[in-house]
Write a protein that binds this ligand. Structure first.
Ligand SMILES: NC(=O)c1ccc[n+]([C@@H]2O[C@H](COP(=O)([O-])OP(=O)(O)OC[C@H]3O[C@@H](n4cnc5c(N)ncnc54)[C@H](OP(=O)(O)O)[C@@H]3O)[C@@H](O)[C@H]2O)c1
Length: 283
């Protein structure tokens, strides 16, 4: 995951709110006094049991949304439900299951779907791989984007809803030479989301399909394995590798980026890179 470091700046330019729902009305939490901008809305977050997905689910619950959280490990999801309370609805399932999106989109009618679940590629060079190990991320991440974006159009999701595909900056840099098909798969997710956006536009469905491309960070599962692998390849310690890269992207920043994209505070665009310095539209 030799991701291109791009200078980022937070862009506060507004894009017109597309939501026809009342879910972003300024309901205010009586407990904290803080705005609960998503009160009354439902979101589906895949990979919600840890890493970026857990941070996204937590931020959405705090903002007042009901969050349907998907991952395979039921025990870990139950622990999250214990922490986040009744607003978190755990669903133990494989995101690549083609029957899953229709079941969950019909049952919950979300206004936000975050396709964040991702396989962790084992780290090894090309010539030491089987095709199966090269294709792991395609079978999970790309298939997830394919199945869920397709169903979002077919069902269809309500006008004003948003689907965010969590891709990676590996897809805009020099690739991921030790991570097999990772960079290509994350690039394919962006294409799938953009194809879905075109179909939404053609049919006048009013569904936004956006792509978020975070930079490598050792603070969550996929990145931790990547950082260890690339540090070893360079013959440096993990600490030395990280020091040379500068500030690490934190999961809370990923959560904040998803909310920023959803509520129209990001620059006008459909794909965004994200570093510790902020979110930037990819032209
Ligand atoms: N960390 C980084 O540096 C980085 C950088 C750019 C992009 N990303 C992308 O961001 C996303 C999250 O990464 P992360 O580092 O936060 O990952 P993580 O900590 O390893 O968490 C992955 C989550 O996805 C779930 N998951 C994996 N395979 C699944 C499947 N087949 N069905 C359902 N759930 C599944 C996991 O739960 P179960 O195992 O229980 O299913 C877990 O909740 C991934 O798509 C990743 O490619 C990460």
């Amino acid at each position: 995951m030799s991701e291109m470091e791009v200078g980022m700046s937070q862009n506060s330019e507004s894009r017109e709110a597309e939501s026809s729902e009342a879910v972003f009305s300024e309901a205010v939490s009586s407990e904290s006094g803080s705005p609960r901008l998503l009160a009354g809305s439902t979101a589906i977050v895949t990979g919600a049991s840890r890493g970026f997905g857990l941070a996204i689910a937590t931020a959405l619950v705090k903002a007042g949304a009901e969050v349907v959280g998907v991952a395979r490990d039921a025990a870990r999801l139950a622990a999250v439900a214990e922490d986040l309370g009744a607003a978190f609805v755990p669903v133990a399932a494989d995101v690549a299951d083609p029957a899953l999106p229709a079941r969950l989109l019909t049952a919950h009618r979300p206004s936000l779907v975050v396709l964040n679940a991702g396989a962790t590629p084992e780290m090894r060079p090309l010539h030491e791989r089987t095709w199966e190990s090269f294709a792991t991320v395609w079978e999970t991440d790309v298939r997830q984007a394919f199945e869920w974006c397709g169903e979002a159009l077919r069902s269809p999701l309500p006008a004003g809803s948003t689907v965010v595909a969590v891709s990676s900056m590996a897809a805009v840099g020099g690739g991921s030479p030790l991570s097999g098909g990772y960079a290509g798969a994350k690039g394919a997710m962006r294409f799938v989301a953009s194809y879905a956006a075109q179909e939404s536009e053609r049919a006048g469905l009013g569904i936004s399909f956006l792509t978020l491309m975070p930079m490598l960070t050792s603070l969550t599962g996929v990145g931790r394995v990547g950082v260890a692998g690339y540090a070893e390849r360079q013959g440096v310690t993990v600490e030395e590798f990280l020091r040379a890269r500068g500030p690490e992207l934190r999961p809370e920043q990923v959560a904040d980026a998803v909310l920023t994209m959803r509520d129209g505070r990001a620059a006008n665009g459909t794909a965004f890179t994200l570093t510790a310095q902020g979110l930037e539209v990819l032209r």
